[in-house]
Every structure is written in structure tokens, then in C-alpha cells.
Design a protein around this ligand. Structure first.
Ligand code: PTJ
Length: 245
């Protein structure tokens, strides 16, 4: 039991979620390392959502609302940290959720599928291995894509992963949105829109924006997107990492 008055209470609660997910068999062992990496960056960021992340989230939500087939891709860490929040976001956006694992095993797939069902989301894509297609150019288990989801999607949210999937999906003509506390990660650098923030703060904020923006006209959404430049926004995000007391 973590005492509520502990100065690191919120951070310890997240660690507990990660530890429990590993014990329950659906978090990759490397997922714990990934979480530690995220914790470090979040410390340096002041554990708060910064203005460049807010700007990127506004653009990301507009792109997801304007998309023909938007998909939220989830892995073990995302499930452990924000399963209910991802479901809320997908509900507001009326979009699909697809499971995509780097350390893919049938056991992990089944546990995560069951969890989504128990949390009220019946049709998570990417779980029926025999029906999945592969994205050309990705030579690891992240290449899997469901025919009605990532394979035919035009805008995909790819949070909390560092690798080559984002850039290859971009090469395939898709717009990729990532949430990554490390602005220098390969995924952060290669995505169309990079949100440098903790996923636990970002997803609820995006849901709030989606509720507001879904009443906007197309031209108003396009206006929000128009002048966004991801490279410039990434530079602004990097400037937020100041080591100060
Ligand atoms: O569940 P699987 O099998 O798909 O595996 C998941 C992991 C996360 C192990 C794997 O996909 C992975 O790519 O791990 P990496 O290479 O450590 O990349 C994770 C990235 O997410 C790093 O850049 C971290 O800084 C970042 N990150 C970690 N925790 C958070 C985060 N970004 C946002 N919010 C977090 N809470």
C-alpha cells in the first residue's frame, strides 16, 4: 500500500500498475525498462503537460476527427497505464482500437483482449493472428496489421514505442501520431505529429479536446492543423527539458 502523503505518490501508483501488469503476464519484461525510461524524461519535463504538447494534441485530435479510418494502436504498457482512458478516447472519436505487440505471444494477446472486453470494449482488432496482414518493410512482429484497422487506416495513434514502425507507416502514406516522453526517439522523430507528454496526462486531455472539437466544422479543424510543423514543435518540446532546481 503506497501512503497517499508520499511525495512521489502518483509516480509510485503508475509503477505499481506496471509491476502488476507484468505479474499478470501481459506486460513485456522490457516494458518495465521502457517505463523507467519514461519516468526519467517526465522528471526532466517537470511532470506536467507543456505548451508544445498541448499544441500537438490539438492538431492530433483534429487529424483523428478528419480521418476516414482512424485507429488507436495499443501495446502492453498502454494497456497497463490507460486502458479506460483509451476506450473513452476511441468512444469520443468513434474510431477503432488495435492491439500491436513487439514481444508478441498468444498468451499476451489473449489476456489483453479479455481485459478490453471486461473494460467494455468488445472488438479490439489485431488479436486474430491468422487474419492479420503484414506491413511491407517492417521486419519484426510489429508488422502485423488488421485488414479493417491499421492496414487500411489513414491516421494511426502509435503511442509509447521506439522503433521503425512509425516511419514505415508514414512511407505507406499514413499520418502517424505518437505520444512519447522522449523527443529524440526514432518514433518521435519520424511521426507526423509528436506529443511529448506522459500518456497518462495526454489521453484524457485528448478526450476532452475530442468532445469539444467533434462539433466543429471541417474548415475549423483544418484551420487548427494548417500551420503546424512537427519538426519545429519537437524543437520547442526539447527546450522544455531544462535541468533546474
Ligand atoms: O507491449 P510490447 O510487446 O509492444 O512492448 C512495449 C515496449 C514499450 C516495451 C516497446 O514497444 C518499446 O518500444 O519500448 P521502448 O523502446 O523502451 O520505447 C518506449 C518509449 O516510450 C520510450 O521512448 C519512452 O521514453 C516512452 N515512454 C515510456 N513511458 C511513457 C513513454 N511515453 C509516454 N508516456 C509514458 N508513460
Amino acid at each position: 500500500m503506497i501512503p497517499k502523503n508520499h511525495p512521489r505518490y502518483e509516480s509510485l501508483v503508475l509503477r505499481d500498475k506496471i509491476k502488476n501488469a507484468f505479474k499478470e503476464g501481459y506486460l513485456a519484461d522490457s516494458g518495465m525498462i521502457a517505463h523507467g525510461r519514461g519516468e526519467t524524461f517526465d522528471y526532466l519535463l517537470g511532470e506536467k503537460t507543456c505548451p508544445p504538447a498541448e499544441e500537438a494534441m490539438k492538431v492530433a485530435v483534429c487529424k483523428l476527427l478528419l480521418a476516414k479510418n482512424p485507429v488507436l494502436s495499443v501495446n502492453g504498457n498502454t494497456t497497463a497505464l490507460v486502458i479506460d482512458e483509451i476506450i473513452d478516447l476511441a468512444t469520443q472519436l468513434e474510431c477503432k482500437i488495435e492491439l500491436n505487440l513487439f514481444y508478441r505471444s498468444e498468451e499476451r494477446v489473449q489476456i489483453i483482449e479479455k481485459m478490453f472486453k471486461e473494460h467494455g470494449w468488445d472488438d479490439i482488432l489485431g488479436t486474430n493472428t491468422s487474419e492479420l496482414l503484414n506491413i511491407d518493410g517492417i521486419t519484426n512482429p510489429r508488422s502485423t496489421a488488421s485488414p479493417e484497422g491499421i492496414y487500411t487506416s489513414d491516421v494511426v495513434l502509435v503511442p509509447l514505442e521506439d522503433g521503425d514502425r512509425a516511419e514505415i507507416l508514414v512511407e505507406h502514406g499514413k499520418e502517424i501520431i505518437t505520444i512519447d516522453l522522449n523527443p529524440l526517439s526514432r518514433t518521435a522523430q519520424m511521426s507526423t505529429v509528436t506529443i511529448v507528454d506522459n500518456i497518462v496526462r495526454a489521453i484524457p486531455y485528448m478526450t476532452k479536446l475530442a468532445k469539444e472539437y467533434k462539433n466543429y466544422e471541417t474548415k475549423d479543424l483544418e484551420k487548427i492543423i494548417k500551420d503546424f510543423n512537427n519538426k519545429e514543435n519537437l524543437k520547442k518540446s526539447l527546450d522544455e527539458f531544462k535541468i533546474k532546481q
